[in-house]
Design a protein around this ligand. Structure first.
Ligand SMILES: C[S@@+](CC[C@H](N)C(=O)[O-])C[C@H]1O[C@@H](n2cnc3c(N)ncnc32)[C@H](O)[C@@H]1O
Length: 238
């Protein structure tokens, strides 16, 4: 029985099946990154995510944050949404030699208490604030700490609030500041929910969907959207 009509067809077939799957190649890249960037406390954060069910960035996003901080060398960092602290820890590790102020907000008591204990035990210079992030609170802190502007902001609070956070954060950054938005794919459900008329989380997904579109069109920022973790947007203030 003849399987191929020409030697070219056979060549194409061989070439196709010699390629690794996309998943295999991505796993390979992830393994290289895990070898290249090692986090002393990674196990603590992954167990917080698995056993305590605290939502957190994945290991690849952590490495991306670390690397952005390493390149940017920010002195003032702000985070909205501490959770168990994996993102704060990754950014901190990358920026450690230049940080003057690292402020992060967590409004859930249990997460705040656990986070505070962790930060103190590690003697990390991060100021964890037990409050709902809002303009008055951050402006008060900036005045007290004599912070003129933040040069890196990581936004990982309630997804439907992203447009509000963005408006608030715009007032406390300067030229070349970097804003990073996590979960721009809404736990992978963004497109499915955006197509729906109503139902659970549909409104939140629609808000985030138009937020992404507006951010992409915003000429005051240069933005790169990346399919890392649950989707990340990195914006630089022009
Ligand atoms: C996705 S989790 C943060 C994960 C963390 N950034 C990480 O990757 O390790 C979001 C956290 O933000 C907190 N949060 C949400 N909105 C907030 C707000 N407006 N102010 C303070 N904390 C907030 C939630 O309680 C939750 O713990």
């Amino acid at each position: 029985m003849k399987f191929f009509n020409s030697s070219k067809e056979k060549e194409n077939f061989d070439e196709f099946y010699q390629k690794s799957s996309t998943k295999e190649l991505i796993n390979y890249i992830n393994k290289l990154n895990a070898l290249s960037i090692m986090f002393e406390d990674e196990k603590y954060f992954t167990s917080q995510r698995r056993y305590e069910k605290v939502p957190a960035i994945d290991s690849q996003t952590a490495r991306l944050l670390y690397f952005i901080a390493l390149m940017k060398k920010p002195s003032n960092i702000l985070e909205i949404g501490f959770g168990s602290g994996f993102s704060a820890y990754s950014l901190y590790c990358g920026a450690v030699n230049n940080i003057r102020h690292f402020i992060t907000y967590e409004h859930e008591k249990k997460r705040f208490t656990r986070g505070k204990k962790y930060i103190e035990s590690k003697k990390i210079d991060i100021e964890l604030i037990f409050d709902d992030f809002n303009e008055q609170s951050i402006k008060r802190l900036m005045e007290k700490e004599k912070i003129v502007a933040f040069d890196l902001v990581f936004i990982d609070g309630v997804k439907r609030e992203y447009p509000v956070y963005f408006d608030q954060v715009k007032k406390i950054i300067c030229r070349d500041s970097i804003l990073i938005f996590d979960n721009i794919l809404f736990n992978g459900k963004l497109l499915v929910l955006n197509r729906k008329k109503d139902g659970k989380n549909t409104e939140g997904a629609k808000i985030l969907y138009s937020f992404n579109e507006n951010l992409a069109k915003d000429k005051d920022f240069s933005t790169l959207f990346l399919p890392v973790g649950d989707g990340i947007a990195i914006s630089i203030k022009n």
